[in-house]
Design a protein. Sequence first.
Length: 407
Amino acid sequence: MDGIKSNKVIWKDGTAKNITFIVTKDCQLACKYCYLVGKNEKERMSWQVAKSAIDYILDHKSDFNEESVIWDFIGGEPFLEIDLIDQICDYIKKELYIRGHHWFNSYRFNFSTNGINYDSEKVQQFIAKNREHLSIGITIDGTRRKHDLNRIWKGDGPEKGSYDDVVRNIPLWLKQFPHGGTKVTISSADIPYIKESVLHLYSLGIHEVNINAVFEDVWKEGDDDLFEQQLTELADAIIDGGWYEDYACSFYSENIGKPLDPVYDNTNWCGAGRMLAVDAAGNFYPCTRFAAYSLRSKKPLIIGNVHDGIDRDKLRPFLTLDRTTQSPQNCIDCEVASGCAWCQGENYDAAESPTIYQRATAICKMHKARVRANNYYWNKLFRKLELEGRREEYEANRKTSNPILPC
C-alpha cells in the first residue's frame, strides 16, 4: 500500500538489467507451494561456468547497455553456495573496475533467502564485505501456523516446520537491513491465516510485506470469498490500528482495479526476455521460470549458452510480448483489469501448446476478490483521513514517495 510514510525505494526505478545465477537447485526446505518441481542436490554451478557467463556479458557491453545491473542469486537456497557466490562477486567487482565498465559502482547483489543459514560465519563475512551493494530479503510466511503449513524441512520423516529456524535470524537481518522486506506466498490452504500473518510480521519489525497469490491453478470453490474476507479484515486492522502510518502491504494499491488504458496499459507485466538467467550447465534463459526445474509439463526454453552466446532469433519473441498479444478478449475488456498480474513462465507451462502467447488466467477470481477488498481499504482510509483533516497531508506525501510495486 502507499502508506503515509512509505519510504520503499525501487532501485534505479526498475530500469536496471537483471542477471540471475541459478547457483544450485538444492534447498533445505520442501515448500508445498514451490513452483520449482525439479529441485535436486546434484546440479550446482561450477566456477568455470559462472566465470564464462560473466566474461560473455562483460565482453558484449553493447548488448547490455542498461545504466545499472542487478546480479541476482537464486537456488534452491542460494546461500548453500556462499563460497561460489563470494568468488563470483569478487570477480565481478574486479572485472568492472579493470574494464572501466559503466556498471562499476552501479550494481547490486540481490538475494531472496529462506534465512536458515543467514547467521553463518561465511554469510556474515560476505555481507560485511559487500554491505553497500547488497539487497537481501528473508522469506517468512507469517505466524508459525501459516509458515509451518507450507515451509517444511525436506526429508522422509514426519513433517517439520521451519518457522523457529527462520525467525531467530530476523532480528539480525533487520539490524543489517532495517528497510528489508519479506515475501509471503498465498495458496489455497493458508488463506484463513492472511490477516494474522501480516500483523505478526509487522510485530516482528518487518515494515514491507510483499505478498502474492500463486499463479498456478490451485484455487478451490469459495477461495475468492475467503480471500476477500481476510483482506477486508486485514484492512480494518491496519487502518484502525494505525499500521498504515509506517508499515506496508502490497495487496493494497491505488493503481489496481480499473479498466485498461489502451495506450499506457499494453505493456508486458513480466520482464522475461529483458532479464537473463544462467544455470549450472551454462544455458541462458529469458527468465528462471523457463529452466527445466521450474516446468511441470513443457521443455525448457533455452535462448543460448555461455559458449555460443545469446540466440537473438530465440529471444526475439519475448521482446514482442505485450498484454494484447497474449490475453483473451475478456481480460482486455475486464473492468478491473489493471494490476492483474501474470507470470510468463506459468503462461508457457500451462498453455495448450508450446507458446508464450497464451495467458494463464487461474488467478482471475482471486484478483477480483483482491480488488473488492482493495476498494474497501482505500474508501475506509480516505474517510478516516478526511475526518482527521489529514487528507491533504497524505496527498502531499504521496507525491514525493515511491509506491510499492505489486508482486
